[in-house]
Unconditional design. Sequence first.
Length: 144
Amino acid sequence: MSALKTPGLIAVRCELSLKDKGPIGIGHGSTVISSLNRGLDRAMFSCLNGSLMSAINSACKSLDVIRLESAQEQATKNIVSVEARRENDDGEGISPKQKDLLTSLIYQRIDNEEERERRLQEVQSYSRDDASEMISSFITASQR
């Protein structure tokens, strides 16, 4: 207002903020009150609405940045999680699900009791890859 020095100038600043993030959008609106403006109320409301629309416009841009940051953080967490899982899978023993499935397949497919017991004892020493191969071989054999 001091820069323009226009008589009858009214300027409004509208600030939108999130509770925990502070201001996310600032808008400005202005109008001039003069004898040309018949409705004072109408001029004031258009000034207020203009500042609100300006603040919303800048807030949308700020919210896009916030969303992108959170999406990038989530993507980084997912990548780290997948890499950690891969590192843990390498060289690890048989998973509980693999053990359960392989045990039930051994009971279903092997009739010889000695052979069944021997295989059941070996299950504990299998790696995840070995267990996968064994499960595949049982399933492939049953499909023939």
